[in-house]
Design a protein around this ligand. Structure first.
Ligand code: NAP
Length: 259
């Protein structure tokens, strides 16, 4: 399917690896020029070079912490006018409800709620002026069904979801859509880290740990970053202009719900 966004310009945050990279690759395949961001410059440059070579689009990089005000300002300055924004960052650490105090919540809210909101606040006016824009926020399946040990993430991402629900409806009439993509378990570095936890806790091999984790997913496997990226690119396409303020779950059926 022709997505109709060739020549558009996108900022994909936290995109040297994992889900962000999947989104960047799929947008590049659709002919979108990219601004990529991550903290580590080496992996970021390697990803940018691979995408340039594979898809022939322009790729600019900004090595910065997107959750930090100064880092974000640098990214926005280099990015300039944008048609597409994909927000993403690392998730908060796991723990117990009794572990967390005010500072932990402020950090999580800063990273996973206020950072995407700050990016939208900066970028939406230009999209509205030009009469076209697409925003996709990478959140989590924990927005639909809480993951008990990820209380900080549950709280921050649900806050963002509420903000998007209202804001998406305020900008939809200007040709700008905002939606959220909710990953379930995907095959990224994070999955390996979670497997390591299972392997240690249950004294099993990494292979066994992967089987255990996949056994709770009706699809029987993790999602791939290519599948995730393709969904993101569709949400950014000309065909998706009537999809407004939605939360699209990509979890292989793991969230056991009728709607
Ligand atoms: P990943 O494979 O670990 O990749 C994370 C990417 O983000 C890397 O490129 C990393 O590069 C960059 N990054 C992290 N923190 C950043 C920051 N503060 N500023 C700029 N770049 C940053 O992670 P992932 O699995 O793709 O997960 C992405 C997001 O989706 C996370 O918030 C995660 O909690 C959420 N999620 C993932 C899954 C899953 O199954 N993978 C499921 C649910 C939710 P640097 O380290 O060099 O900055």
């Amino acid at each position: 399917m022709e997505l109709g966004i060739s020549g558009k310009r996108a900022l994909v945050c936290a995109s040297s690896k994992g889900l962000g990279r999947g989104c960047a690759e799929a947008l590049a395949e659709a002919g979108v020029d990219l601004v990529l961001n991550a903290r580590g410059a080496e992996a970021l440059e390697a990803t940018a070079e691979a995408i340039r070579a594979r898809h022939g689009v322009a790729v600019t990089t900004v090595a910065a912490d997107i959750t930090d005000e100064a880092g974000r300002a640098r990214v926005l300055e280099v990015a300039g006018d944008l048609d597409i924004l994909v927000t993403n960052a690392g998730g908060p650490p796991p723990g117990l409800w009794s572990d967390w105090g005010r500072e932990d919540f402020i950090k999580a809210l800063d990273a996973n709620m206020l950072t995407p909101i700050a990016l939208m606040t900066a970028i939406l006016p230009g999209m509205i002026d030009r009469g076209w824009g697409r925003v996709v926020n990478i959140t989590s399946q924990s927005v639909k069904a809480p993951i008990p040990q990820l209380g900080l993430s549950n709280a921050a991402r649900t806050g963002l979801t509420g903000y998007v629900a209202g804001t998406a409806r305020q900008v939809a009439g200007k040709g700008v859509t905002i939606n959220n993509l909710l990953p379930g378990s995907h095959d990224t570095d994070r999955a390996v880290a979670l497997e390591r936890g299972v392997a240690k806790a249950q004294d099993v091999s990494m292979e066994e740990a992967r089987k255990i984790r996949c056994s709770s997913i009706p699809s029987g496997r993790y999602g791939t970053i290519e599948e995730f990226g393709a969904t993101c690119a569709f949400l950014c396409s000309q065909h998706a202009g009537f999809i407004v303020g939605q939360n699209i779950l990509l979890d292989g059926g793991q969230t056991n719900a009728t709607i």
